[in-house]
Design a protein around this ligand. Structure first.
Ligand SMILES: [Zn+2]
Length: 243
């Protein structure tokens, strides 16, 4: 694998996440920094987020709508050019033929030089959607590049590289310092997830302390990722290139 030149950034990126908020956690600071430098950033959310609540009695269609709106705000906070939704059922994601064709079509249409997604080889990953989303992005890249796969889904397009976030074995490090605050702000756009994922009880007295705890946790992760790489804060990836 060839080293990337100093100061490299992609021209156009497609970041693929299982749920609204996954991309922000995995690579939000990196996408912000790239977008600010002129990279066109497009997000693809695979599922509808309909399991993302601890409430038993809830209007699920309303939750899905809310999560789309939250994801749009988060995308704008990162400086993304757009966000697309495949609307597959949350918690029931499959990496089957139909799903692969749908992601392949998005890759062929958006034509990103760099694709980002969950690392399917990360060990002991609990959530099935995160495992399947990783498989799906890898399989869809292979399909997108070769014209004999899904010829009805547009002309073949070969991205240059795949960067896997939450990587089991990171070998590509990006500076997360300039985009760190935007990453936090984008995560906080996911108001429906404050309680279940972000650990914040809105409106209760310790809300500020809980927000600070979230920032501390994200900062600690980014500090660990940066260790030995010359940055204060970083996001780490596994890079697959050429594809
Ligand atoms: Zn998720």
């Amino acid at each position: 694998m060839n080293p990337l030149p100093e100061g490299w950034r992609p021209r156009r990126v497609l970041a693929v996440g299982a749920h609204p908020d996954d991309i922000e956690f995995g690579c939000g600071a990196t996408l912000t920094r790239w977008a600010a430098s002129g990279t066109e950033v497009v997000l693809l959310i695979l599922t509808d987020g309909s399991k993302g609540t601890w409430e038993r009695e809830i209007d699920l269609a309303g939750l899905v709508e809310q999560r789309r709106a939250e994801q749009r705000s988060a995308a704008a906070t990162l400086g993304a050019a757009g966000v697309e939704f495949l609307d597959l059922v949350d918690g029931e994601l499959e990496a089957g033929r139909g799903e692969r064709a749908a992601v392949c079509e998005v890759i062929r249409r958006v034509q990103p030089d760099t694709v980002l997604g969950h690392d399917p080889w990360k060990r002991y990953r609990l959530h099935p959607d995160h495992r399947r989303a990783g498989e799906l992005v890898v399989d869809a890249v292979v399909a997108a590049r070769d014209p004999q796969f899904f010829p009805e889904r547009g002309p073949a397009f070969r991205p240059e590289r795949l960067l896997l976030f939450e990587a089991e074995d990171p070998d590509h490090i990006e500076d997360a310092g300039p985009g760190f605050d935007a990453k936090v702000a984008a995560l906080l756009c996911h108001r429906s997830q404050w309680r279940s994922t972000l650990g914040i009880e809105a409106g209760t007295p310790p809300e500020a302390a809980q927000r600070n705890a979230l920032v501390d946790r994200l900062r600690a992760e980014a500090t660990t990722a940066a260790d030995g790489h010359g940055f204060d804060l970083a996001e780490g990836f596994k890079r697959l290139e050429p594809l």
